[in-house]
Design a protein around this ligand. Structure first.
Ligand SMILES: [Fe+2]
Length: 231
């Protein structure tokens, strides 16, 4: 993808975040609505932190913008119920932080390697997922508007069609006694069904671990380090 297209992917996620939070005042943004949810302003700054960590620091090799954000905004550092007590950024500062990160990222995009497209997509998906979390918080607080901001999505889902069609055709291929109840009386059907199951599992496994950006074939942890969690 071109830098402009990558910037559009990031902006798509940001527009949803802004649409959700824009109507709220500072008290609503900083309130701990439920021990199950973070204060909304934490989610906002955490979105910027994750973007800074993945794109500016990891991909771009930049120094951290703050020495304390690793402690405040790493989601593994503190449970959601504790986050309102932390010295987190106020709403205006959180907005300024995410804006600063985004501006630096957009400047950096032309310098990123092609393999980093995956990271940019992951950052956008992370922000959209937090959009869902924030919508849950808003719903718990009774603040969700009657019509939440629309979500538009693109992409595709691959279904191993010939596995499903092949399995559905087994009764027409195996014309043995259809009333038979013992596997030994329907050997052809059992063998074909087992083969289709194995084929489906192999395809699923390859699709998960050997499929890189743009459906390219990759060797996990070798040709695409960073695509998966560290072993
Ligand atoms: Fe997160």
């Amino acid at each position: 993808m071109s830098p402009t297209e990558l910037a559009d992917v990031l902006e798509h996620a940001r527009s949803r975040t802004e649409a959700l939070l824009e109507p709220l005042d500072d008290e609503e943004l900083t309130r701990q609505v439920s021990p199950l949810q973070s204060p909304l302003v934490w989610d906002l700054a955490h979105i910027g932190y994750f973007e800074e960590l993945c794109l500016l620091r990891k991909a771009g090799g930049r120094e951290p913008l703050s020495a304390v954000y690793d402690e405040l905004y790493d989601s593994f550092a503190h449970g959601r119920s504790e986050r309102a007590e932390l010295p987190i950024l106020e709403p205006a500062a959180a907005r300024a932080y995410v804006r600063e990160v985004r501006e630096a990222v957009v400047e950096l995009l032309p310098e990123l390697a092609r393999d980093d497209d995956f990271l940019v997509g992951m950052v956008a998906q992370h922000e959209l997922q937090h959009g869902e979390t924030m919508a849950q918080t808003l719903a718990l607080a009774g603040l969700l508007p009657e019509r939440p901001p629309e979500v538009t999505a693109t992409g595709d889902v691959l279904v191993p069609g010939f596995v499903l069609v092949g399995a559905a055709l087994i009764p027409y291929v195996d014309r043995a006694d259809i009333t038979a109840t013992r596997p030994s009386q329907r050997k052809t059907a059992v063998i074909l069904f087992t083969l289709f199951c194995i084929l489906g599992l192999v395809l699923t496994f390859v699709g998960i671990f050997f499929r890189g950006p743009g459906y390219t074939f990759i060797i996990p942890y070798v040709t695409a380090p960073g695509m998966y969690f560290s072993l």
